[in-house]
Ligand binder design. Structure first.
Ligand code: MG
Length: 405
């Protein structure tokens, strides 16, 4: 197995988060190209039915299930599968699968900061990372980047915007990049007046106009925190300072992002909004694999429009720039506070407009204890601190806004 003469002969892949949106789309790609990719390991949360179907179809050597109480059910569901995969459970099990065997690449499709430790384990095992979990880099950037350099592994972006930037950068010489322009769809409420945001329900927030994604990221798109997090992700991935990363609203989601190079030339990557393309490129780089996907038709896609992001309507963007500029553990605090706030919103315990408020309060409270060069322990500690802080803030604050739920 391996890459010969710069062509993909057969790439072995481990997939973390196999039953989620990223995971199922990655497996569609693997199923379409059985001559190019094979699955070595799978890790999932608790969807036994889907996971057992995946085990049957892709015959992984090693499988982790996050919820240990489901192990016997899983064992029963795949009793007739030959050969039987090694089954492991819990966080430690996911870490084990991430580092397991001869997988060359690990696709990190686990949602949230839970992806950090498995990704670190994969890097230490010398695996290439197809980064579909942005939180890993946002929270763990100060620890993950030196590890990537130390182990000489490739970190290939699978987020659509960062894949676009990465694609535009192919052939741009060192020092040629001047500015990054991230495009944002504007999320579920882009056409709502700011006054109506107080009435937003969970169902409203889960209706994304262009992309089909998991629940957490769809809410992040509605608050535009997703774009703010992507600014931090772009900073870590491409080494560009925050003054040279801009956001523009592009409702059609056809241009997935752009770069400006030193001579002011602007390069863009275009396509239908379909996560499979950035996932495929992260797995096939530097090759281009032929697909039967619908080609982009510029006449059919119609007018491409752009507008300035409204920072009053979407305060999460500015919170993310501020946390990114502060550096150290603050991006981890921002990220964890956001994860906790979104979870509370999805449980209907806080209102939509309280999401940025509780995040801002958590970041403010933390800032005096921030450290410039955090260790992994500092980052994990800050993550836990921020989750507790958001729970405490949401329990102690008067539920003036929540009454409208
Ligand atoms: Mg994205």
């Amino acid at each position: 197995m391996g890459v010969a003469a710069n062509k993909i002969v057969m790439k072995s892949i481990t997939l973390l988060g196999s039953t989620g949106s990223i995971g199922t789309q990655t497996l569609d790609i693997v199923a379409d190209h059985p001559d190019k990719f094979r699955i070595v390991g799978l890790a999932a949360g608790r969807n036994i039915e889907l996971l057992s179907n995946q085990i049957r179809a892709f015959k992984p050597e090693s499988v982790a299930i996050a919820d240990p109480s489901q192990l016997d059910t899983l064992r029963g569901a795949i009793a007739d599968v030959v050969p039987q995969p090694i089954l492991v459970t819990g966080e430690a099990g996911i870490v084990e699968v991430a580092a397991y065997g001869d997988a060359q690449a690990v696709v990190t499709g686990i949602v949230g900061c839970a992806g950090l430790l498995p990704t670190i384990a994969a890097i230490k095992a010398g695996k290439e990372i197809a980064l579909a979990n942005k939180e890993t880099l946002i929270a763990g950037g100060p620890v993950v980047l030196p590890l990537v350099a130390k182990h000489g592994v490739k970190l290939l972006p699978a987020d659509s915007e960062h894949s676009a930037i990465f694609q535009c950068l192919q052939g741009v010489p060192e020092g040629g990049l001047k500015r990054i322009i991230l495009t944002a769809s504007g999320g579920a409420f882009r056409d709502w007046p700011v006054e109506r945001l107080a009435e937003v329900t969970v169902a409203d927030a889960l209706k994304h106009p262009n992309w089909s994604m998991g629940r957490k990221i769809t809410v992040d798109s509605a608050t535009l925190m997703n774009k703010g997090l992507e600014v931090i992700e772009a900073h870590y991935l491409f080494g560009v300072d925050y003054d040279h990363i801009d956001i523009v609203i592009h409702p059609q989601s056809i241009i997935h992002s752009l770069i400006e190079v030193q001579d002011t030339s602007v390069l863009a990557q275009l396509g239908w909004p379909d996560m499979r393309l950035p996932l495929l490129y992260a797995l096939s780089w530097p090759e281009r694999i032929a697909t039967n996907w619908e080609p982009l038709d510029l006449v059919k896609s119609g007018d491409l429009t752009f507008r300035q992001p409204n920072h009053e309507k979407y305060p999460c963007m500015q919170l993310a720039y501020a946390a990114g500029r502060a550096g150290g553990c603050l991006p981890a605090v921002l990220n964890a506070a956001n994860e906790q706030a979104v979870a509370l919103f999805l449980e209907e315990k806080i209102a939509f407009l309280e999401i940025p408020k509780v995040i801002e309060m958590a970041c403010d409270r933390f800032s005096s204890q921030n450290t410039a060069q955090p260790t992994l322990e500092d980052i994990l500690g800050a993550d836990q601190w921020a989750r507790n802080a958001v729970l405490e803030i949401s329990e102690s604050s008067p539920k003036t806004v929540s009454l409208s739920l």
